[in-house]
Ligand binder design. Structure first.
Ligand SMILES: *Cc1c(COP(=O)(O)O)cnc(C)c1O
Ligand code: SF4
Length: 366
């Protein structure tokens, strides 16, 4: 009978092979059938944001399609080299709201904690790409001490959000250690992980990883699927393991031109997330002002039209909230759909899901 240790070792060697056989460095791109323009942009783009993608994720690319939505997310493109006026190195003001290293505290009850600035996959559109490149460091116990002390000293903090970097790119032992340290802080109620590992490296979701996250705290895993083509048998197995562990599963997507900026693409993504993976679509982010990303941004009006159409097509639980993270630290603000046309005292003019505007009269007791 295979013992647990052997099973753990086999599970670990599967994902390690997936990483080894993928793109780990810009020079590994040479073996892929890139277009001449992609090849030419690769070195310069990699200097601005690292290049990495596990084999399982690269295998989803249809190389005959220059506009393939998976390719667009991980292969450096010439557009990244065009910096538009007004784009920002720190688009949502992580640094301005960072009282100690590796922590951002903008909303009273929750903090972002950065256990690592490394990821299993580097997404070309990442709003944190400049921190990942300039800070770049991985996890050490010492590096997190000031942040953990800060959380201990702030009883208003109830949620700790592990982000980065990708927290699930860490070894099981590091995850268990971080989880245990946070658990020791009595006022913390919920541990959240923002991760792209279930999407890009689903083999990493092993029994050992799941066990490392289980303890006193409510755990929420917020995945980052952007396209229905990322939802495969392997991601289904990974997400089922996380759900069966009792973790609450949510997804955030980024609205990206040429990847998911059609009603059909978003509709299929949201349905498959909920119906196949059991993951509730949480946020659809408007493309932020990361440098070199103008070629992937839609207008806000386009985003609003998309989510209004989604609202009419999808069930309530399948609908994400469309948000803009304001660059000066104003938080994630919902951008619609807004169905209120006008208000005159108790008389409201409200557009129904069928597009017709109706009058609604409020009746409220004294
Ligand atoms: C996005 C974000 C959060 C989490 O916000 P929710 O709306 O709760 O998902 C918390 N802190 C910061 C600084 C953030 O950018
Ligand atoms: S996994 Fe997340 S943090 Fe890492 S590059 Fe992609 S979007 Fe950025």
């Amino acid at each position: 009978m295979p013992n647990l240790k052997d099973a753990t070792r086999a599970a670990d060697s599967a994902w390690q092979e997936d990483v080894r056989a993928g793109v780990r460095h810009v020079r590994d791109l040479a073996s892929l059938p890139l277009s001449p323009a992609e090849r030419e942009a690769a070195q310069a783009a990699a200097a601005l944001h690292k290049v990495r993608a596990p084999k399982a994720y690269l295998d989803l690319i249809d190389w005959n399609d220059p506009a393939d939505p998976i390719r667009a997310q991980v292969i450096p493109s010439p557009g990244e080299l065009d910096e538009a006026e007004g784009e920002l190195g720190d688009p949502i003001a992580d640094h301005e709201f960072s009282p100690v290293p590796r922590l951002t505290h903008r909303h009273a009850d929750r903090v972002l904690l950065f256990p690592t600035y490394q990821c299993a996959v580097y997404c070309r559109f990442c709003f944190r790409k400049e921190s990942l490149t300039s800070i770049g460091r991985g996890y050490t116990r010492e590096a997190l001490e000031p942040a953990l002390a800060y959380i201990s000293d702030h009883p208003e903090i109830r949620e700790v959000i592990l982000t980065g970097g990708d927290p699930l790119s860490l070894p099981d032992k590091a995850l268990a250690e971080i989880r245990a340290r946070i658990e020791d802080i009595a006022h913390v109620r919920l541990l959240r992980l923002h991760t792209r590992v279930p999407v890009a490296l689903p083999s990493r979701i092993t029994p050992g990883l799941v066990a490392a996250l289980q303890g006193r705290l409510m755990v929420t895993v917020v995945t980052h699927f952007n396209h229905a083509r990322e939802i495969t048998d392997a991601t289904e197995v990974a997400c089922r393991a996380l759900r069966q562990a009792g973790f609450v599963m949510l997804n955030q997507s980024v609205l990206l031109k040429g990847v998911n900026d059609t009603v059909e693409a978003l509709e299929e993504l949201c349905r498959e997330l909920m119906y196949r993976l059991g993951i509730k679509p949480y946020y659809l982010h408007h493309g932020d002002l990361a440098r070199g990303m103008a070629h992937r941004r839609t207008t806000i009006a386009q985003g609003q039209a998309l989510v209004e159409a989604l609202r009419a097509r999808l069930s309530g639980i399948c609908n994400p909230v469309y948000v803009l993270d304001l660059p000066d630290g104003g938080g994630k603000v919902p951008l619609g759909p807004c169905h209120v046309e006008e208000q005159d005292g108790q008389r409201w003019r409200i557009r129904g899901l069928d597009g017709q505007v109706r009058t609604y009269r409020e009746i409220v007791g004294e």
